[in-house]
Structure formats: C-alpha cells, structure tokens
Design a protein around this ligand. Structure first.
Ligand code: PLP
Length: 406
C-alpha cells in the first residue's frame, strides 16, 4: 500500500504554517500531536449544534450530546479491545488515570510494606503518585534498573517479584529511550503470582495496536492529545473485577446512586469514577481521532513510522559526535540524542530558528537522566504526518548547529 502522506498532511492545517520564516517541521509529537480537521470539526459540531450537559437532561440536546459522548466511549473500547465498554473511564489524561489507580486501588488494596514494582525509565507521572502513596501508606517501591542499551534489566524484575509485590506499573514505551518494553512477558510473569499490572501507554497507543484483552493487563492509561485528539481528555482502562472493588476517586455529581447524610451509594461503572461534568467535547474529539487513525490504519501507520524511524537513525548516524540514548532493537517512534559538547537547549533553540520543533531537557524523567548521567537530551519524536524530507531538514539543521559551535 502507498501511504497517503500528502492527503494526511493536508488534513493537519498547522503543518502548513511557517515558524521563524521557515516551513514548520514538527518533531515534538511525543509531547503532543497536532489535530486533524476531522477532530476539530467533530468538536465544533458538538459545540455549535448540540452542546448540553450530558446524562442529566430529558431534553433533546442533552440526549444527543450524551449519545455522542457514549459513542466515543464505545469507540475507545473497540479501539483497545476492552471486553466491556464500562471498563473505559474518561479522565483528563494519563497523569490523572495513573493518579486514579494510585488513589483508588492504593487506598483499597495496598498497605504498609506492600511492594510496588516500577522502573527507572518511568515518566514522573508514573513515579510521583506512587511516592505520595508511599508517604501515606508506607508502601515500598522497587525500581527495576535499565541496561546500557535502554532495555529493562529483566533479571532484577524477576528477582523483585515476590509475595509482598502487590502491583507492577510500567511504561509501554519509554518517552525518552523509545524502548518498547516486554509488556506481554511482564504481565504473564506478574499474573503467575496473581499480581496486577498497570501499563502507562502514553507513548504507545498512537503507534502500536494495543489490545488490552490479549495483553491481559489490569489497567492501561493514555492521553488523547498524544493521539491526534484534544487536550484535557484521557483514558483509564481497568478490568471490571478491580474497578468494581475500588473506592471512587473523586466525589461529586454523576458518580452517585443515592446521596443522604446517613450515607451515599455509588453509581455503577464507569460513572463511579467520573465525578462532575466531564470534558465531553474533548471526548467526542477523541472518538473522531480514533476514526481518523482507523481510516489510515494503525498497521499502515506503524509501517510508515518504522520506515521514517529507520531513515532518521541512518541519516543521523552520518553526523559526527552524536550520542544516542536508547539503542534497543525494540524501540520506535522517537530518537533521543546529544550532539557531543553542545547543550541540548542550544541545539533545540537553534533548530527552532530553522523552523524545527524538537523537545529538549529531562522529559519529565529525572531519575532516568541521573542513570544516564546527563542533564537532558534532544528528542525528535515522530507522527504519521512526518516525512523523510523533514528528517533531511533536521539533519541539515544539526549539521549547521555543529558548524556554529565549531
Ligand atoms: N507517561 C508517559 C510515558 C508520557 O510520555 C507522558 C507525557 O509525556 C505522560 C505519562 C503524561 O501524560 P499527560 O501529561 O498527557 O498526562
């Protein structure tokens, strides 16, 4: 199949603008992706045609809006292969999804000296909530180290698994190294001991076909804005068996069945975890983003992005004195690197002058930076609308940066 890159680029109006007088080359997709017209239109239609608070009304607009919101949930459930639609909870994003598990699962099932396994390559949003829980409850955090190639030290992981382990929480793909972690193996090993697994899918859901039922993970978290949908919407997938037993996360409207001062009963799934008015406009946008991804086909996207990634790696290897961070054979979608002797902020700032957007810094992964013994990296992260010509522009830009620094 010929990948319809020109049509795709035309679907993303922002890609045609200039930055600092140069055509925009957007390689900051790991931070957030751009939005196609179809997503913007779906949200515009929701606001202009049927905006109304959901679930509570008997009137037409409320019913239409509720239906669109629930349809979006069905799309997400189908997209990730959830067994039940009510296992899909709308949140504000990955961060909130993880905090929900930390809080609701943590309060219910974790006690002092229980152990949680996480890894050295986690984003702060899969570290700090657990540290807060550690303060509240005295749980212990076991951190799986990485090897020099950016893969997990699975021997240590195996050694950590014990009868005190009550949860494993891990990124599907590292936002710094691009490493695709062996989540199937991790789930299988954890489940052999009856230990549930939470997967942070923030960097995976837009690149890989994720089927939570096949994967058999207990929780899977991701953000809409990294998969061509708007900000302010995300998903927590959770197995019914856990969600039913967990305490609600937030209290308020919508998550209750009956409220009295003698005691309150809670709504059924998924509403038990969706207190207050949700960002239904963004949820509808997320549904449209899924339609868009499916219209291109995740398999085609994967194949195209892999080609782009391989091309970028081979072209970057032509530049002298580059250090790559993350060299696993199983990595995808992003490249973290440093031009030796040049601060990543300088590289990023100079590239910006050439219209090229990359991310620089610690990427919300300071423990990983410490392990790598650096302050930060330059990260180029790819999406389905990027091209080999844009990779060439990046390479030319990096050559210029190198020349400027002598
Ligand atoms: N986890 C990973 C691996 C990420 O890359 C990110 C964002 O970059 C997050 C979690 C947090 O996502 P959000 O800020 O959308 O909640």
């Amino acid at each position: 199949m010929i990948f319809p890159i020109n049509n795709i680029r035309n679907d993303f109006p922002i890609l045609h603008r200039k930055v600092n007088g140069k055509p925009l080359v957007y390689f900051d997709n790991g931070a957030t992706t751009q939005k196609p017209v179809a997503v913007i239109k779906a949200m515009e239609e929701a606001v202009f045609e049927y905006n109304s608070n959901i679930h509570r009304g008997v009137h037409t607009l409320s019913n239409v809006c509720t239906e669109a919101f629930e349809k979006a949930r069905e799309k997400v459930a189908r997209f990730i292969g959830a067994a039940h639609t009510h296992e899909v909870i709308f949140t504000r994003g990955t961060t909130e999804s993880i905090n929900l598990v930390t809080s609701s699962f943590g309060e219910m099932f974790l006690n002092a000296n229980d152990e949680i396994i996480l890894t050295e390559m986690e984003h702060h949003s899969n570290i700090v909530p657990w540290q807060l829980l550690q303060k509240r409850k005295g749980v212990r955090l076991n951190i799986v180290p990485i090897r020099d190639d950016g893969t997990l030290d699975m021997e240590t992981f195996d050694a950590f698994l014990c009868e005190n382990t009550k949860l494993v929480t891990i990124a599907h793909i590292s936002n710094v190294l691009g490493t695709v972690n062996p989540v199937n193996e991790i789930v299988e090993k954890a489940h052999q001991r009856g230990i549930p697994v939470l997967i942070d899918g923030a960097q995976a859901i837009q690149h890989l076909s994720v089927n939570v039922t096949d994967l058999d993970c207990d929780f899977y978290a991701f953000s809409g804005h990294k998969m061509y949908a708007p900000t302010g919407i995300g998903i927590l997938y959770g197995k019914e068996k856990w969600l039913n037993r967990m305490e609600p996360y937030h209290g308020g409207g919508e998550m209750i069945k009956h409220v009295s001062f003698k005691g309150t009963t809670f709504n059924e799934l998924p509403y038990k975890f969706e207190a207050g008015t949700p960002n239904y406009t963004a949820a509808i946008g997320l549904g449209a983003a899924i339609d868009y991804i499916e219209s291109v086909g995740l398999v085609n996207i994967r194949e195209y992005e892999n080609m782009l990634f391989d091309y970028a790696i081979s072209r970057m290897s032509e530049i002298e004195n580059v250090t790559f961070y993350g060299t696993s054979a199983h990595r995808t979608s992003l490249i973290s690197f440093l031009l030796n002797g040049i601060h990543p902020f300088d590289t990023g700032t100079l590239l910006d002058k050439m219209g090229i957007a990359v991310r620089t810094g610690h990427h919300c992964a300071q423990p990983l930076m410490k392990r790598l013994n650096i302050q930060g990296t330059v990260r180029a992260s790819f999406a389905m609308y990027n091209t080999c010509e844009e990779v060439d522009a990046l390479i030319n830009g990096l050559v210029k940066v190198r020349q400027l620094f002598g």
